[in-house]
Write a new protein. Structure first.
Length: 428
């Protein structure tokens, strides 16, 4: 590990920074953890450490806006330290942690605790969500103003939908008063209750209880209406259906404060990935038919979707070694976030600049995060990756504690060579 105070110059890099519409060969000078200059590489201090990138892409460190961390309350699944290791291996330097922990992040002191725990890793900034309702139970609005002052980046009940329409309306109105966002898990809970896979032919053939895709569209349609009434900003997490895309696209055209993200499983996999009851591919929301996957890909390309998040949900092996209907939903995604996203670049669905924007400048703009740029004066949070370098996802060998990857066995092109946090090398 190098000292963050050491001057570093990256040479022979392909500098890629969507925040500045930059995509060109060049060099980058870092001094005392801050980006000082980029250009031809002249005027470099003699004492600087020179890193030859050999044509690899140097981009801002990735910003992951949706991840479940095991700490506090479920350290047996994962700790912040082990999650930070996986994030560094995936090129992630900033992470938005969900608040539905034990205890929930509905107290300013707990929000501050998460920020400090991120700082203590030395490799990962944690920008925690505050709970939208007390204990994330969907009943009583949390103290959003105090949570915001403590460092909450936005508000959500995490993996639980805010099901009560009046509560959601109040949350949107309250958050609007200080320019913040309510993030919704868009799934009408009574339609999803007890389900394990997307309702349809495959679920029927496997004998699995189904979840209607309408559960997503119904919640999104309701909350778009509430955003229209309140003037509040609603953000829909991990959208997964064509219907969701169409609703959000129309709401944006209307000028409403509506944004969304998706996660790699929903543009890379379809429902056939559950195979013969493969529990690593049991997710929430569940994997969808191919036509929905294609709609998500199109929405990434046309700008309807504002960001790509890992939707990282660690599980203990015992949580997955159960019959499919009883197994925990969710998959890890920190180490594979970049590689799976780049698969859409290699397929021709996205440009490289669009893909990296969805992982850096896009989420930074969305939540007002001071990261995701190579601009002079910015913290030197960086990822160096080779877009063609091949590797294979192998559960049991991935960085971090949890290994429940829905991409287990997948061959990928696009490998992280190094990650830097404020000029300090934390991976590679």
């Amino acid at each position: 590990m190098m000292n963050a105070s050491q001057d570093i110059v990256f040479v022979n890099a392909r500098l890629l920074d969507p925040s500045r519409a930059l995509d060109a060969p060049g060099s980058l000078l870092v001094s005392k953890g801050v980006i000082m200059d980029h250009g031809s590489g002249s005027g470099v201090p003699e004492s600087a450490l020179v890193i030859d990138c050999d044509g690899a892409i140097l981009a801002p460190g990735l910003i992951d806006i949706r991840a479940t961390l095991g700490e506090p309350g479920a350290e047996y699944r994962e700790t912040i330290e082990t999650a930070a290791d996986a994030a560094a291996a995936g090129g992630i330097t900033t992470l938005c942690a969900l608040p539905d922990t034990e205890p929930a992040l509905d107290d300013p002191a707990l929000v501050q605790f998460m920020v400090r725990r991120g700082e203590a890793t030395g490799s990962l900034s944690i920008a925690p969500y505050g709970a939208a309702t007390k204990n994330c139970l969907g009943k009583e609005i949390a103290e959003l103003g105090l949570l915001r002052e403590a460092g909450a980046v936005a508000f959500t009940d995490g993996k639980r939908a805010i099901a009560n329409a009046r509560t959601m309306r109040l949350a949107l109105s309250y958050a609007r008063t200080f320019g913040s966002i309510i993030v919704q898990h868009p799934e009408e809970p009574t339609l999803a209750m007890g389900g394990a896979a997307t309702e349809g032919e495959l679920a029927t053939r496997l004998g699995l209880p189904g979840i209607s895709p309408a559960a997503e569209a119904i919640m999104i349609a309701r909350d778009i209406s509430l955003a229209r009434i309140t003037g509040g900003h609603v953000h829909f997490a991990h959208i997964s259906t064509c219907s969701a895309v169409n609703l959000i696209r129309a709401a944006k055209a209307e000028g409403l404060h509506v944004t969304c993200d998706t996660a790699p499983p929903y543009f890379d996999l379809n429902e056939t990935a559950i195979g013969d009851f493969r529990t690593y591919a049991k997710l929430s929301p569940p994997l969808r038919p191919e036509e929905d996957r294609l709609a998500i890909v199109a929405a990434l390309a046309d700008g309807t979707i504002d960001a790509i998040a890992s939707d990282h949900q660690p599980a203990d092996p015992d949580d997955k070694r159960l019959p499919f209907a009883q197994a925990s939903a969710g998959g890890i995604g920190l180490a594979t976030l970049l590689g799976i996203t780049l698969a859409r670049v290699h397929s021709g669905d996205l440009t490289m600049a669009t893909a990296i924007n969805l992982l850096t400048a896009g989420p930074a703009r969305l939540f007002g995060i001071q990261a995701g740029t190579l601009d002079r004066g910015a913290a030197a949070d960086l990822v160096l990756f080779h877009p063609e370098a091949a590797w294979k996802v192998e559960a049991g060998k991935l960085p971090g504690k949890a290994q429940n990857s829905p991409f287990d066995g997948r061959a990928l092109e696009g490998k992280v060579l190094g990650t830097w946090k404020s000029g300090r090398r934390v991976y590679g």
